[in-house]
Design a protein around this ligand. Sequence first.
Ligand code: PLP
Length: 433
Amino acid sequence: MSQLAILGGNPVRKQPFSPWPQYLPSDLDRIRQTVESRHWGGFPYPTPLATEFCLSFADLQGARYALPVVNGTVSLTVALQACGVGFGDEVIVPAFTWDGTATAVLAMGAVPVFADVDPDTYCLDVESARRAVPPRTRAIIPVHLAMRFTDMDALMALAREKNLKVIEDCAHAHGGAYKGQGAGSIGDIGSFSLQESKLMTSGEGGLLTTSSLEYYEALQTVINCGRASLSDEFGRRMIGLNYRMTDLQIALLIGQLEMLPALREKRAKHAQLLTSLLSGLPAVRTLPPQPAITQPTHYTYVFQYRPEPGQPAPHRDLFVAAIAAEGIPCDGRFYEAVYRSDLFYATPGNCAQLKSDYSVCSCPVSERAAYDESVWLFQFCLIGEEEDIRDVARAVEKVSSNLDELAKQDPSLAGVKAMGRAQRARFERQKNY
Ligand SMILES: Cc1ncc(COP(=O)(O)O)c(C=O)c1O
């Protein structure tokens, strides 16, 4: 058996995967036209270019309306504000997600209440959410994480029963659908990120979807400095700041939307192949299929590292470093259990709305996923050729069938440090999440 690259052997793969982000030659024409139009900004809001783009995006997601905004964190704060969430209100969020899902709640003066995730999807576990619902809960934010969906039937039933607003965090779910309903069209409001690693990107940016005219107007007002919305049927006036996206970004997004369906199909086809190649490898568990997903979408491909009891069991971080050393861009601690994350500084000392800190919080599935189990492969590995996928599988197989060799290494993860600098630099260029 060949020696692992992390221990000095030859890597499975030396060439890079597909570059990300992708763009079309026509993007350059559109950017040029926008520059020449001398209409670069986002005012009046939404601009004619943005309105046209948003109609197509809303259509893709099966919502009536869409609106652009500066990023996918602000899209969450704006959605919370439009839903009437304010100081001291509680909002249920999954413990395993990007920290921004929860810090957006803090930024609105509200209190994030963490619920655990489902071990088979890593998305919000609705039963855990039900147990977490305290008396002042106003909203719930399911995150459709990586390549799976929250069980939206159960979640919407819980929301109806407890009278909660539902804001879907769809930062990973552009173009995805659950039981025929597009991500962001099932709850009250959908929130999308367009940051550079996302499935559609304008460098930075965000999109909001809704099918309610009342929310659509409230969102416009909050995004556009408190101005009346274009239709103003509901006459809602709220405090707003300037969160408008620019037309230069919209010019980029037109091509992104054009490319999305073909890229989505490719990712789905390659993800299926990868699942079949990884199934049955030692210490590897692929996520079970989720038949409710009628339009799969993959922000990342996730599988689980689960050494059998009695098997050699180097830590997940070393397992991931060994796969990376084989030439496959991947990550282990992609997200943390948010309440334990370095980026979640929330205490009653700095957030007046909190009555206690989060030190007693415990979401075991999220913690296991974050620190011991989940392995994340970047989506740009899925948009190239079938041979790329076979390389990924060869690398995982090489590492998973040499766990004994790996387990002999220093448990302080000296192996991670042993990754050559040049190799790290190569991944850093691709790994811009
Ligand atoms: C699940 C999730 N929610 C929210 C965000 C925030 O989006 P943005 O980076 O555009 O502010 C991200 C971005 O990484 C995310 O992954």
